[in-house]
Design a protein around this ligand. Structure first.
Ligand code: AFP
Length: 327
């Protein structure tokens, strides 16, 4: 099938320019998201090569499974720090792979703060399963000093969130207030094209996603909540948060990684997993909770802090949280 000029989907850059041009709230945001799209293309190529690395030994450095994972984690972190720094719009970056704050610049143009998980689900790399990258984006206050603490902002102050899934296709989802748009990488033009406009989580929840292997560790009310989900929905669990979340956003579903008495804060990270995906979920009509409160209202204390995460269809998240709290 040949697409005529008029039937071609909008590119990411055309979309951003049409949607945000002249809106001071999003001044320079297109540059930040274009940088993320650029980094994502670099990582997508490396992820595809990684599947070959174990078999044909692409380089001496990346011929063992663990080393491929480590190599790609570092490569993704370096690539995104590089493109975001060069964008000229980012003042500071927080990253799963980096202990402290990466301070980039403090001119008036450096008006965004970004928190990222550059390669989510990396233990799935060498088995050819979808993985991804996640970004939360905050505005830096006018004239605000850029310090190590610049990253400690609650999720409810995010102005945008982006994630990328490297799967059977490469998809970039970008959310701002009341708007979630999905773009697919077109391999011949190397452009992201608007394929999933105005995403809303479907009314009907069709599946639940959780690590069932952890069931015995859960406290009794959380076990009750999981049992209720088992009785109501199909189980779908990839083990890459970004891939599980993306499927649930498109098809309806709930993901939960609760805490347990041994690890009350669960496994997932507040700043670059729960907050950005929570922002996307809410803009798409869904909900996000730690089991105690809305994720986006948590005041962060540490860059790499963990949180239990319950995210997806609003009614099912609310029902699950109620059961966890003794209903
Ligand atoms: P890896 O990056 O170590 O693969 O962890 C992925 C992850 O942070 C998240 O993407 C998954 O949802 C979750 O962990 C899976 O954790 P379990 O393996 O404990 O189910």
């Amino acid at each position: 099938m040949t697409l005529t000029e008029s039937s071609k989907p909008k590119t990411l850059s055309a979309y951003m320019s049409d949607a945000w041009n002249g809106n001071s709230r999003y001044e320079g945001l297109d540059v930040v998201i274009a940088a993320i799209a650029d980094g994502a293309q670099q990582i997508q190529e490396k992820v595809q090569l990684a599947s070959l690395a174990g078999v044909i030994g692409v380089t001496g450095e990346i011929n063992v499974q663990g080393e491929i994972v480590q190599y790609l984690d570092t490569a993704a972190s370096d690539a995104f720090v590089d493109v975001l720094s060069k964008s000229g719009r980012v003042a500071a970056i927080g990253c799963e792979e980096i202990e402290g704050t990466v301070i980039v610049g403090d001119s008036a143009r450096h008006n965004y703060i970004v928190q990222m998980d550059p390669l989510d689900g990396s233990s799935n790399i060498d088995v050819a399963i979808s993985i991804g990258s996640i970004f939360g984006i905050w505005r830096r206050g006018e004239g605000e000093a850029v310090t190590d603490d610049s990253l400690l902002r609650p999720g409810n102050e995010q102005v945008a969130a982006v994630y990328v899934v490297y799967g059977s296709s490469t998809v970039l989802v970008a959310a701002v207030e009341n708007s979630v748009q999905g773009f697919t990488l077109e391999p011949t033009t190397r452009e992201f094209a608007l394929t999933h406009p105005d995403l809303r989580i479907p009314e009907k929840c069709s599946c639940y996603s959780t690590n069932e292997g952890n069931f015995k560790k859960l406290d009794e009310p959380t076990q009750k909540a999981v049992k209720k989900l088992r009785d109501s929905y199909s189980l779908r669990y990839v083990g890459s948060l970004v891939a599980d979340f993306h499927r649930n956003l498109l098809k309806g579903g709930i993901f939960l990684y609760p805490g347990d008495p041994g690890s009350p804060d669960g496994k997932l990270r507040l700043m670059y997993e729960a907050n950005p995906l929570g922002f996307v979920a809410e803009q798409a009509g869904g909900a996000v909770s730690s089991g105690k409160q809305r994720i986006l209202d948590i005041q962060p204390e540490k860059l790499h802090q963990r949180t239990p995460l319950i995210i997806g269809n609003k009614d099912v998240v609310e029902q699950t949280v109620a059961i966890i709290n003794g209903a």
